[in-house]
Design a protein around this ligand. Structure first.
Ligand code: AMP
Ligand code: MG
Length: 336
């Protein structure tokens, strides 16, 4: 009898829990040049709509291809001060600080070089030596300045460079979306913006959110491993994301700001996990430029977790990476 009572009690508890557990809300949209997918367990049914509004707002402030955006106006004014939003000021500050910290491996002033290579456009091609040299002279994050004027408004100056926040913007956007989840009391969600993902909590069945790490030598939906994520941000920078082939050589969109050429090392991708979206994004790009040896040492120094995949399918990770994130290798061609 006692056992039957306990059993009934357990069933009632499960029923009560599932009855008030928030329902899954999903959304797929396009912003910041990427597909965005969201699964959110929220009582409030406007969270995904709010997130999409936040994304549009960030894009309108930071896209270099929108002439009225903060970055569009900074780049057009070139050496003159431009009033900008507090959001853009914050992102610029973080980018410039981390450009210094990474010794220029990450450089938000390489917009001119990116435009010359034309990745993702009909006009993608290897620029001439003279053109690259001219652009390199205007690729230096130290030239970017920002501050607050007498009216308390944020301003910035591109200092003759062309600002490009493509290596940090999606990560920053995820930070903002994660904050919006917290503001709405959401404790279970997974958000994906191109190569950057945030997950918090567990699925309704109590299992962890699993993220697939793309197999750089496979196609878009192929992954080589999965890992578990809760309350952190993961960003992957890979050669497969964007690039073109000319005269039999592949040129990828991750540039070495010191040479002006696409990074050519043994790496196919770098995945970084840390508690900040913008930093996971910045570091994934920076560590790619640094290469595995320097990159691992840098990641250890900063206390961020990173997984490097080489073109010959070798995995190189920071200490304890596999255990920390329950890394499960699904493509056995990859080896440690
Ligand atoms: P991600 O895919 O996050 O590595 O970002 C790549 C994007 O960042 C490119 O499309 C460029 O807009 C920009 N980018 C490329 N190389 C660099 C670099 N070395 N430092 C900063 N941004 C970069
Ligand atoms: Mg990045």
């Amino acid at each position: 009898m006692k056992r039957i009572l306990l059993c009934c009690l357990a069933i009632c508890c499960i029923f009560a829990f599932t009855a008030c557990a928030p329902a899954a809300q999903t959304g797929e949209s396009f912003a910041m040049d990427t597909i965005i997918t969201q699964t959110v367990y929220a009582k409030n049914d406007s969270v995904i709509g709010q997130n999409n509004q936040i994304l549009r707002d960030i894009e309108n402030k930071m896209s270099k291809t929108i002439p009225t955006s903060d970055i569009g106006r900074m780049n057009a004014q070139n050496t003159q001060d431009v009033e900008i939003s507090d959001d853009t000021a914050q992102v610029l500050k973080t980018c410039v600080e981390h450009a210094a910290l990474t010794d220029g491996a990450f450089d938000p002033a390489l917009g001119g070089l990116m435009a010359a290579w034309g990745f993702g456009t009909q006009n993608a091609h290897i620029p001439g030596e003279a053109e690259l040299e001219g652009l390199l002279a205007h690729t230096d994050y130290n030239a970017i300045s920002a501050g607050v004027n007498e009216d308390g408004k944020a301003f910035a100056n591109a200092g003759g460079t062309q600002v490009d926040l493509g290596g940090a913007g999606k990560g920053y956007a995820l930070d903002r979306l994660a904050q919006n989840l917290t503001d709405n009391g959401v404790s279970s969600a997974i958000l994906s913006l191109g190569g950057s993902i945030y997950a918090v909590g567990t699925k309704p069945d109590g299992s962890a959110y699993k993220i697939g790490i793309r197999d750089p030598s496979g196609s878009e939906n192929d992954y080589m491993a999965t890992l578990e994520l809760d309350g952190k941000f993961v960003s992957t920078s890979g050669t497969y994301e964007r690039g073109f082939t000319q005269d039999g050589t592949y040129y990828s969109h991750i540039l070495d700001p010191k040479t002006g050429y696409p990074v050519k090392n043994e790496l196919a991708s770098v995945t970084v996990i840390c508690p900040s979206g913008i930093l996971s994004d910045i570091y994934s790009t920076a560590l790619f430029v640094m290469g595995p040896e320097k990159g691992i040492a840098f990641a250890h120094g900063q206390g961020v977790d990173a997984l490097f995949l080489t073109n010959d399918k070798q995995m190189i990770a920071t200490d304890g990476f596999a255990e920390k994130y329950g890394l499960s290798i699904t493509n056995k061609d990859y080896h440690g």
